[in-house]
Design a protein around this ligand. Structure first.
Ligand SMILES: *Cc1c(COP(=O)(O)O)cnc(C)c1O
Length: 424
């Protein structure tokens, strides 16, 4: 299947007389004929469902669709993108371990890593994603367990050089985790470029309609945990909470990561997506391949309009020739990047606020990357907790306006911008 078809068909194949749409299995528990049969599930001897805190059939159908789209071997849904980012790292790193992350990542991920996960005893090194090879090499330590980056950073719009970072990670025997939220698998498949684990905030383009918060994790199935057994004891030594099974042996390269993540982290944290939300997410996924090109062409036209406007100080969009990431974006995302643009207006912070007040089509919202055009001033909202220095390291200047192009008629978006700009 090609990706347009996968969006509609992957993950669920109804049998004779079964529902056309994926069923919503709105049930906390599942019935078994004998406790021996149920015991096999608890021992991970057999596949099946016993409690929706860990796994649910509706969620698994939707996860299977995302896994197919990313070209992975196994996948799972989480309650949010934050939960996906947390699980993707915590599944292979614990107290005393170290992670290398791109510094241009989503502000929420930065806080999760830099504050909350540090409190768990995990150390992080944040590197400029365009740092020299020497700096990147020097960041690795014996206790480094993974490398993390974002395909297109929210909101800095830095395009991550996936291949280069994957090669560095693999030279040091650790996986590369890539947050592919902004590009979506329609525009970029990180696994094809060497990424091992792909995460998403499905809240954004995948759901696409401001309806549900959610996340996903997909395993590319190419990382050989056993070849680096000493680094990943959680995958390569027996788990006593499941009668001594060893994930990497029993589930192989294709299944170990997601099985452990479900069996341990979902069991213990319960960050599960509600089946109803998974159903809504699936509706969004069905039109993802149709929506993404529209987001990209709207954003391209809006970026070109802004670039020519006398009241606009600067525009950042990887689709603009002359953008620092134009060539790299063409390599990783030949069909387009995303619908998000950032720009600054002349007059800085106060002019930005005045301009935003007059927008009518684009709404001021914390949200981004969905059907409705929306606008945000990160320094005043999502990135409020960060110091100016941290802001700049994350590629966010204090005057940066993040503009997310929806799929409305592009002329209406442009006229709205033009009108609001006339007030400053
Ligand atoms: C929004 C976002 C997240 C966090 O996702 P939630 O669903 O809001 O928890 C993570 N990464 C990126 C790139 C995002 O845009």
């Amino acid at each position: 299947m090609r990706r347009e078809t996968m969006c509609i068909q992957a993950g669920y194949e109804p049998k004779n007389g079964e529902s056309r749409m994926i069923p919503i299995i709105q049930s906390t528990t599942f019935k078994y004929d004998s406790s021996a049969a149920m015991g096999k599930l608890f021992d991970l001897e057999e596949e099946g469902y016993f409690y929706t805190r860990l796994q649910n059939p509706t969620n698994d159908m939707v996860a299977a669709k995302i896994t197919a789209l990313e070209g992975g071997t196994a996948g799972m849904l989480t309650s949010s993108g934050q939960a996906a980012s947390f699980f993707s790292v915590f599944n292979i790193a614990g107290c005393g371990d170290h992670i290398i992350s791109s510094s241009t990542i989503y502000g929420g991920t930065f806080n999760l890593f830099n504050v909350t996960m540090r409190r768990m005893g995990i150390d992080f090194t944040f590197l400029d994603p365009d740092c020299s090879d020497e700096e990147l090499e020097a960041a690795f330590r014996p206790e480094t367990k993974a490398v993390f980056g974002e395909t297109i950073a929210n909101p800095a719009l830095v395009v991550f050089d996936i291949e280069r970072w994957a090669n560095a990670a693999h030279r040091h025997g650790v996986p590369l985790i890539v947050d592919n939220t902004f590009a979506t698998p329609i525009n970029c498949r990180p696994i094809e470029w060497g990424a091992d684990i792909v995460t998403h905030s499905t809240t954004k383009y995948m759901d696409g309609h401001d309806a549900t918060v959610g996340g996903s994790i997909v395993d590319g199935g190419k990382f050989d945990w056993m070849a680096h057994a000493d680094k990943f004891p959680g995958l390569t030594t027996p788990d006593e909470s499941y009668h001594g099974i060893t994930y990497a042996e029993k589930f192989g390269m294709g299944g170990a990561f997601i099985t452990k993540c479900t069996a341990q982290l979902m069991r213990d944290f319960g960050s599960i997506q509600a089946p109803m939300n998974a159903y809504l997410l699936n509706l969004g996924l069905e039109s993802l391949a149709v929506r993404m090109p529209r987001h990209c062409s709207n954003a391209q036209q809006v970026a070109e309009f802004l670039q020519k406007h006398e009241k606009v100080a600067w525009v950042n969009y990887p689709g603009l020739p002359g953008n620092k990431y134009y060539e790299r974006a063409k390599k990783y995302m030949p069909d387009g990047t995303c619908g998000v643009i950032s720009f600054g207006v002349k007059g800085g912070r106060s002019a930005a606020e005045e301009f935003m007040k007059h927008l009518k089509v684009a709404m001021i919202a914390t949200h981004v990357a969905d059907a409705h055009s929306c606008v945000l001033h990160p320094a005043n909202s999502t990135h409020r907790q960060l110091t100016d220095e941290e802001l700049r390291a994350g590629g966010v200047s204090p005057d940066l306006i993040r503009f997310s192009c929806g799929i409305e008629n592009v002329q209406d978006i442009i006229e709205d911008l033009d009108n609001a700009l006339s007030f400053i």
